[in-house]
Write a new protein. Sequence first.
Length: 363
Amino acid sequence: MMNATATAIFQTDLASSGKTAPEWIELFPAGPQIKARDGRAWTLEPSRVLAAFAANNGPLAIDYEHAQAHKAPKGEEAPAAGWIVELEERGGGVWGRVEWVAKAARQIVAKEYRFISPDFNHSREGVITRLNGAGLVNRPALVMTALAHEQPDQHPQQLETPMLKAIAKALGLAETADEAAVLSAIATRDGERKALCQALKIDDKGGQVEITTAIAKLQEDTATALAAVQNNGSAELSSLRTELTETKTALAQLQEKNVEREIDLALDAAAQAGKITPAARDSYRAMCSLDGGLDKFNALVATLPVIAAPSSLDGKLPTTAAEADLDPVALASEARAYVNEKAAQGITVSISDAVAHVKEKRP
């Protein structure tokens, strides 16, 4: 990609309009083939030049004698004479609408400056790719010079501008990328920036400061929300753990009471049947408290002989001859069933009352 200054290549006479500086000026004549005064030629594609101007999204400067190219790099002043704010195609050529600086407008009317010289980029094949600006000049016979002071007979790679190579490298492109590729990459980056702005719900014209601020706020809001969820979750988990512990404790107590109740029923039935004595009750209780002890005790009681007559201390009538024929194991089983039946109804019945109830039902 090469830059060139076409010094008064078309000899556009800016002062020909009379008392005011022209608002619209011809920057490139009708193409596609256009020639400079020194014989060099280029190919003009107006649509390509207009697209590059639109992608630039800003006005282009008109200076004096191409000071932007020759003085500005040295730190010298290069004031603008006007600004190209709009381009349009007219009959295959390119025209620009200019907002002139007051001083330059007066100089044009006074014919202190009469000609325009476009500054543009072109490919190795000579196709004009973009307009960079223009300069007010008064020597239309001058031979055009490259802005980088490079001659057209040099090696093509030497004609590539360092600035374009630097921009291509910054965009992650090969240094040999042409201007079209660079412009496409810039447009892609701009599209990504706009998409990011939309995702962050900010103006799509936002720059680095606005985007950074929006991201920081999003991170802060996310952290706050996450902390709130974690705090609520911790509180709920703690409450669930407490409830679970309380439930386990209550269940264990209930199971313990149920076991104790089963043991009491079995011991009462065995004592009522005369199979065990009151003195041995605690020993048998210890036996029943062991794992599987209650089943072993019931099996043992079934084999034990009656060693003591049932007690009459509970106010019941003495055992009759008919009662002596009762099977103590069967009696105990029926009594336990009666106790369980009443417990299901919410009524507590002692084992002695249950035994009496069973006996009363017997013929």
